[in-house]
Write a protein that binds this ligand. Structure first.
Ligand code: PAF
Length: 290
């Protein structure tokens, strides 16, 4: 595996792969890799000649009171995991390399942000879209791999690619979970032992939505109420949101129809966790995220 830290060296490698007609799969990450990232890399490995992974904690997507400084970093461990997953090029730029000056152009996302995490994290998805677009240009990848755990991010990235005709295929990859159902996340390391024990109830609440729909419930308010009760009684966390919306548009609904997302965010002492289930209803058109 080749570790590259500069834009110039990455461009050189990419040019070589293209001259050689090799397909490029790209896995963008912020590091502190876990099984979710490894799954993305393995899938990219299977489907492409070359796999590029980036590790870059992007300051543009963190608000002033968020955890940019505190975001977990472990380059040595990440390097070993990336190599094991079959990554060919690990791109590890510094902030100065990615943003040598204050950017004169950044992207603004107009849809799919006025809900879920977008409400509390104003400007977050503008920062994500901007860095992802830069990384797409730098890697010139054929395919990019994103996890469904960040379902709103995935909806925004699909919107970005569609709106700006970016010549790349976005591959949606299922959420990887611990055996007890907790979605894998770099932020799980911040959970206190008693919080870690209760956190799987987030997934339980979402599963209850799926089961209730399966049993015939269609009223969104009732479904949200049921899920909220599980979150309140079993997670031991403060509920940030428990929403059921259309997907990928992320618009409000009164009753279940089309593809929907049940999504929750809860706050523990040192970590805010998110999770979701994307549920295509019978008879609805297939959704990209399934
Ligand atoms: O999901 C992430 O880790 C980040 O938001 C991403 C896509 C790498 C952009 O910084």
């Amino acid at each position: 595996m080749n570790i590259i830290r500069t834009v110039a060296s990455l461009k050189k490698e990419v040019r070589y792969f293209q001259l050689d007609n090799q397909s490029i799969g790209f896995v963008p990450t912020m590091g502190f890799l876990h099984e979710g990232h490894v799954t993305l890399a393995r899938k990219a490995r299977k489907e492409n000649d070359v796999v590029i992974m980036s590790i870059f904690v992007n300051p543009l997507q963190f608000g002033p009171n968020e955890d940019f400084e505190r975001y977990p970093r472990d380059e040595a461990r990440d390097t070993a995991l990336a190599e094991e997953a079959g990554v060919d090029i690990l791109f590890l730029p510094s902030v100065e390399e990615m943003y040598p000056d204050e950017p004169s152009v950044t992207l603004t996302v107009h849809k799919r942000t006025n809900a879920l995490c977008g409400l509390a994290r104003v400007g977050h998805f503008d920062g994500v879209a901007t860095v992802v677009m830069k990384l797409f240009h730098l890697t010139e990848a054929d395919r990019a791999y994103f996890g469904k755990k960040d379902a709103q991010q995935l909806a925004v990235i699909h919107g970005l690619v569609d709106s700006l005709n970016v010549p790349i295929e976005i591959v949606d990859v299922d959420t990887v979970r611990e055996p007890d159902g907790l979605a894998k996340s770099s932020r799980n390391v911040y959970l206190l032992p008693e919080e870690r024990e209760k956190a799987p109830a987030i997934y339980k609440a979402l599963q209850l939505v799926a089961e209730s729909i399966e049993a015939g419930e269609t009223n969104i308010a009732h479904l949200k109420q049921k899920a909220r009760r599980v979150l309140e009684e079993q997670t031991g966390a403060e509920i940030d949101y428990m929403e059921i919306l259309s997907y990928p548009e992320l618009e409000s609904l009164d009753s279940v129809s089309g593809t929907i997302i049940a999504a929750a965010a809860v706050k523990y002492k040192n970590a805010r966790l998110i999770d979701n289930l994307i549920l295509p209803m019978k008879g609805s058109a297939p959704c990209f995220a399934q």
